[in-house]
Design a protein around this ligand. Structure first.
Ligand code: NAP
Ligand code: MG
Length: 487
């Protein structure tokens, strides 16, 4: 094998399917290429599961389901706790691998490795908090005994933008609840999910409890698994478009859908906001993951009285971010994940500019290899610009002005999405009043980040169904059973 700069980053990273505790190629030998977005070079390939492989993975998960469910909660918790520690210990290697296959700059990847590990720590603690309830029926006097049981096999489908954290956010609570899983990671980023497997094995996850099957044939493979009666939960993170298809597919066997879908987050700055804090929040809300996040601020509404002051400070910060290969020191903005994502950003900015927007900084993709796009600020964006309705999924901040509270609430809510909204004000009663009026599952009030394993993450409207993290995340993988007792 020739020495490439990738060899040491890829050393020891499995590239086959992981089914029933064994590594194997796809039944028909199919593979999918993995690309470095910084160079556009193919760095390796991974096995691409067939429908038969998906059936085998469900068989493997179902076979060990009862034994895993019967394990004492503390034992399941200890395994998850160990997995947390192993990911933390291996964080730097995982971070570099994420940067290699996703493009995001190392500080983002390091933050994700830590965030991903935290879902296992939280789930370890939740494993022993599956509480039931006993009460007396008001009329009959019978006892109402309620307990929660593992739902069964869970199919987990994850996106490329957080290749580690979206996997652990699902695997953690599923295993804590006593479910076994089949994970289908995104085709753009299969390596991170595969690299987690040896750590899970070392932590003591028994064969068959977690199965990982990358596949380019995602529709067929996931569709097949949803036909299997033993599959009881489909937990998906990705686009609303695909989520809708999966809700349809889940209907046939009445499989529980847990859907974390797209967003179109408004970022509101009132005239009484602390402008420095708002700029700080904007940097995180917009630039975490280079805008490739469902939580990314997609529309900025800044009160007319503070618009110029905010834009000046925000644009200066955006301008200072170094664009480059995410593996290099000092780089804050790596390449976007693929040509399609970069081209969409190019198109959305061109559309906004054609409709009158002014480019304050950025706005032009550099020539040469790599799916680069610089941190960009647009002002004077017109209401009909496409990027106010569509997820940008890139480092572009379109800014508009507003004058009063009712107006900005109406504009913020005028979307089919309802994942997250951000607002900045020094007046806490206004902050809470406006928060209540915003139709979003999560609100960042004077904060540019809401993600937290201890908080219920999820969206209203077409941003999703169900919640991940917190206690709610565990409950998604449990079925409630009630026994009516005479005693
Ligand atoms: P995507 O195209 O919806 O893909 C997500 C996952 O679904 C991938 O594993 C993909 O596999 C798979 N998939 C695609 N078509 C499928 C089908 N017909 N049936 C079953 N699975 C299918 O989304 P993406 O492009 O990876 O990620 C970007 C989107 O995810 C954005 O819209 C973003 O807002 C959303 N997102 C939401 C959250 C959240 O928590 N709400 C978090 C992160 C991202 P392939 O890779 O093989 O296509
Ligand atoms: Mg996709």
């Amino acid at each position: 094998m020739p020495n490439t700069p990738y060899d040491n980053l890829l050393a020891g990273v499995p590239t086959e399917l992981y089914i029933g505790g064994e590594w194997r190629p796809a039944s028909d030998g199919a593979r999918l290429d993995v690309t470095d977005p910084a160079t556009e070079a193919v760095i390796t390939s991974a096995a691409s599961a067939s429908v038969d492989d998906a059936k085998a993975a469900v068989d493997a998960a179902a076979a060990v389901g009862p034994a895993w469910a019967a394990k004492k909660p503390r034992e399941r918790g200890e395994i998850l706790r160990k997995a947390f520690e192993l990911i933390v210990k291996d964080g730097e290697r995982l971070a570099r691998l994420m940067t290699l296959e996703n493009g995001k700059a190392l500080p983002d990847s390091r933050a994700e490795a830590a965030y991903a590990a935290e879902f296992f720590r939280w789930s370890a603690e939740e494993a022993v908090r599956n509480l039931g309830q006993v009460s007396t029926a008001p009329s009959s006097g019978a006892r109402i005994l309620v307990q929660h049981k593992p739902a069964g096999v869970a199919v987990l489908v994850t996106p490329w933008n957080f290749p580690a954290a979206m996997a652990t956010r699902k695997i953690g609570p599923a295993l804590a609840a006593g479910c076994t899983v089949v994970l289908k990671p995104a085709s753009e980023t299969p390596l991170t999910a595969l690299a987690l497997v040896p750590l899970l094995e070392e932590a003591g996850v028994p064969p068959g409890v977690v199965n990982v099957i990358p596949s380019r044939r995602s529709g067929a493979v996931v569709g097949e698994m949803l036909k299997d009666m033993r599959v009881r939960v489909i937990s998906f993170t990705g686009s609303t478009e695909v989520g809708r298809k999966l809700i349809h597919a889940a209907a046939d066997n009445v499989v529980k859908p847990v859907m974390e879908l797209g967003g179109n987050a408004p970022f509101i700055v009132f005239d009484d906001a602390d402008i420095d804090a708002a700029v700080e929040g904007a940097m995180i809300a917009k630039m975490r993951n280079m805008g490739e996040a469902c939580t990314s601020a997609n529309r900025f509404y800044v009160h007319a009285a503070v618009h110029d002051a905010f834009v000046e400070k925000f644009a200066a910060r955006m301008r200072s971010l170094k664009l480059g290969n995410g593996l290099e020191d000092g780089v804050a903005v790596g390449p976007l994940v693929n040509a399609e994502t970069r081209d969409k950003v190019v198109h959305l900015v061109a559309d906004a500019v054609a409709k009158g927007a002014k480019v304050v900084t950025g706005g032009k993709a550099p020539d040469g290899k790599g799916f680069y796009y610089p941190a960009t600020v647009l002002t004077g964006v017109s209401d009909d610009a496409e990027l106010l309705r569509e997820e940008i999924f890139g480092p572009v901040a379109p800014i508009q002005t507003f004058r009063d509270e009712d107006e900005v609430v109406a504009r913020a809510n005028a979307t089919e999405y309802g994942l997250v909204a951000y607002l900045f004000t020094r007046d806490l009663s206004r902050g809470l009043r406006v928060s209540e009026r915003l139709e979003f599952g999560m609100i960042g009030l004077n904060r540019g980040i809401v993600s937290d394993p201890a908080a219920p993450f999820g969206g209203m409207k077409q941003s999703g169904l169900g919640r991940e993290g917190a206690h709610e995340g565990l409950m998604e993988f449990l079925e409630t059973q009630y026994v009516s007792v005479n005693w």
